[in-house]
Design a protein around this ligand. Structure first.
Ligand SMILES: NC(=O)c1ccc[n+]([C@@H]2O[C@H](COP(=O)([O-])OP(=O)(O)OC[C@H]3O[C@@H](n4cnc5c(N)ncnc54)[C@H](O)[C@@H]3O)[C@@H](O)[C@H]2O)c1
Length: 404
């Protein structure tokens, strides 16, 4: 019998690619009140058998057979990045709504085709940029929207963790331009670039440097960018997988105050973060003379900010003593809920195809700037973008390498 909830029958959902993050997609679908996991597809027979047995879903060795089975309303695609665009397009052409893992595509021309197919086929498309739902980012967004710091003017945003050689060698597709489309910027920082445009606005110009310091991969393992946003905010953004010990500092400085996250923990998951709000006792005026002479500085009054969506203290205490189970859903589960809701209501999911294309454009502008050695303005030229990718994939152009 078909399961359902008060909104009607559950969406019949499938997952293509049941490896690392595909396993999470299976788990959240199996636990979801909105979808029922009916099929799983993977080119690896051992993985497919394991997932099919664990979740009682039909196994498919060929993802196209799963599409042709007629059993699905929607599908999550969690295969290596090179496969995203064409799989998403075929699935939407077959009538399915698509929850695509990030990145939406490897080139901007392909991202345009994915977005256009969703529009033409009237399918809901969402992409796995789940950092948007982390408490840290919702808290930061609320502070900015409430005017707590005034207009953001300057941003320091870093992402840094340690990834050893096994991170690449164990997953050969992560090592090269052809399959992964980039290194730390594409793979990890893209989540943050998605959040930053949501917090600050669209980027208008980028100047970046990227090199490979440590890893055998073809792509960059460290990157530094200066970004001008619409409205005039300037950001310094860095990303690295070369840090032995991660200590990640972030600041957003506005005209009335600043938000500081002294050591960001929510780099991958929705961890607890400490957010500080510093209010200037005098607003930074347009000209320095306005704050009391040439050297006058406003004082800063610091206070901790409770995280949006954090459980109340009494609940945390009960959780600590194991009296209630802590409910902190995976960010992808929140996106799945929003995806299912958009399918039912005809609205937009939290992350739209256009959002994810904008994020890819940010990533691609960083690569164009770093590799061509010049500032890059938005919108990014699609032909230049495709040419750069051809050169990187063929090896005619290579990431600079520095070895100590
Ligand atoms: N949203 C996130 O936080 C997040 C986290 C990790 C990875 N990702 C994205 O998810 C994607 C997968 O990453 P991963 O780390 O899970 O990789 P993975 O290598 O662990 O898993 C990929 C799976 O796809 C399968 N596969 C490969 N080719 C296939 C094909 N033609 N048909 C069917 N299955 C095929 C592989 O057998 C494997 O099981 C990447 O694009 C990555 O960028 C997103």
């Amino acid at each position: 019998m078909m399961r359902g909830n008060e909104q009607g029958p559950l969406l019949r959902h499938g997952v293509i690619g049941v490896g690392g993050i595909g396993g999470v997609h299976c788990r959240i679908a199996a636990a979801s009140p909105d979808v029922t996991l009916v099929g799983v597809a993977d080119s690896d027979p051992a993985r497919i058998e394991k997932a099919a047995t664990m979740y009682g879903a039909a196994p498919f060795a060929d993802w196209r057979d799963m599409l042709a089975s007629g059993r699905l309303d929607s599908v999550a695609i969690a295969t290596p990045s090179l496969l995203h665009a064409h799989m998403a397009i075929e699935c939407m052409e077959a009538g399915l709504h698509v929850f695509l893992e990030k990145p939406i595509a490897l080139t901007l021309a392909d991202a345009d085709r994915v977005v256009e197919t969703a529009r033409a086929k009237k399918r809901v498309l969402t992409v796995g940029h789940q950092y948007r739902v982390h408490r840290l980012h919702r808290t930061t967004k609320k502070l900015i929207e409430d005017g707590a710091i005034g207009r953001p003017r300057q941003i320091l945003w870093t992402w840094a963790q340690h990834r050893d050689e096994k991170y690449y060698s164990h997953y050969p597709w992560r090592q090269n331009w052809k399959d992964a489309g980039g290194g730390v910027t594409m793979h990890s920082l893209s989540h943050d670039l998605n959040v930053l445009t949501w917090l600050i606005g669209a980027p208008v110009e980028v100047s970046a440097l990227a090199v490979n310091q440590k890893h055998d991969a073809e792509t960059e393992d460290i990157m530094s960018a200066s970004v001008l946003f619409e409205g005039g905010a300037l950001a310094t953004i860095t990303a690295s997988v070369n840090r032995p010990q991660s200590h990640v500092v972030r600041q957003i400085i506005g005209e009335r105050g600043m938000i500081e996250i002294p050591d960001t923990q929510s780099l991958t998951f929705d961890h607890k973060d400490h957010v500080l709000l510093g209010r200037f006792d005098t607003h930074a005026p347009p000209a320095p003379a306005g704050i009391g002479g040439l050297t006058g500085q406003p004082h800063v009054q610091w206070s901790p900010v409770p995280l949006v969506g954090d459980p109340p203290k009494w609940k945390k205490l009960l959780e600590r003593f194991g009296l209630v189970r802590g409910l902190k859903p995976h960010g992808l589960a929140v996106l799945l809920q929003s995806f299912a809701h958009a399918i039912r209501t005809g609205g937009d999911p939290i992350i739209t195809g256009e959002d994810a294309r904008g994020t890819l454009e940010f990533v691609r502008a960083i690569y164009l700037s770093a590799i061509r050695g010049r500032a890059v303005a938005f919108p990014v030229d699609r032909t230049e973008d495709a040419q750069l990718m051809d050169e990187l994939v063929s090896g005619r152009t290579q990431m600079r390498r520095f070895r100590g």
